[in-house]
Design a protein around this ligand. Sequence first.
Ligand code: FPP
Length: 250
Amino acid sequence: MKTKLESIDSDRVPNHIAIIMDGNGRWAKNKGMQRVFGHRNALTAVRESVNAARDAGTKFITLYAFSTENWNRPKLEVDALMSLLVSSLKSELPNFHKNGIKVNSIGAVENLPKKAQKVLESIIEQTAINTEITLTFALSYGSREEIVNAIKNISKKVVNNEIDVKKIDEKVINNHLYTFNLPDVDLMIRTSGEQRISNFLLWQMAYAELYFTDVLWPDFRKEHLFDAIINYQNRERRFGKTSEQIDTNV
Ligand code: FPP
């Protein structure tokens, strides 16, 4: 009997997986606990999914850790999430090194508390040498804001004659997004049964396969990630072409 990992076709692994880690609050509530208890119990799922993606051969994984909209949550919860970010980034450093994980971030990180910014910057610097997988944390991230910023920056360059309007193409836009150094998303996973994209990587997910599971994020394990990859491999990605064209490679 093959294991789930062995059932994955190593030639067709999604190069970039993005995850909306949802359901921490409901998981805690189901146990009669406060929402923050759910966030604190979410770290095993983070570790398992990143290590599983790496084991499968995925080179990029991006986690929606804190959205621009999440600033509107109760202050106590925001503070708890920020201190969890700081403590977990610090405690995970040996795991990042052991598994060749390079840490990266996208989003308006300048809006994070100074301490979180400092720790994040330091972990990014210390893990820059790792090459197995790039783990990107989306922090204070909103896709529409990202696109608005890109338009502003491109416009400034047009006004300063650094970019010719006629030369603006998808590549120019890509280069002005937070994700300028990341490839397009191949597979997007959202946990907890919600089937929404919630302002996450709208441009980058143009051709992504979407996978929704009822598992609440704190319960998400390696096997769940492998299930998502196997499901992805059973789909036909056509990128606008016909099935016949895909079959005959024209
Ligand atoms: C969604 O669950 C989760 C978040 C808004 C935050 C994600 C944070 C973690 C997974 C914590 C660990 C990560 C880092 C980087 C420290 P929810 O609170 O919206 O759950 P609900 O929909 O059930 O209320």
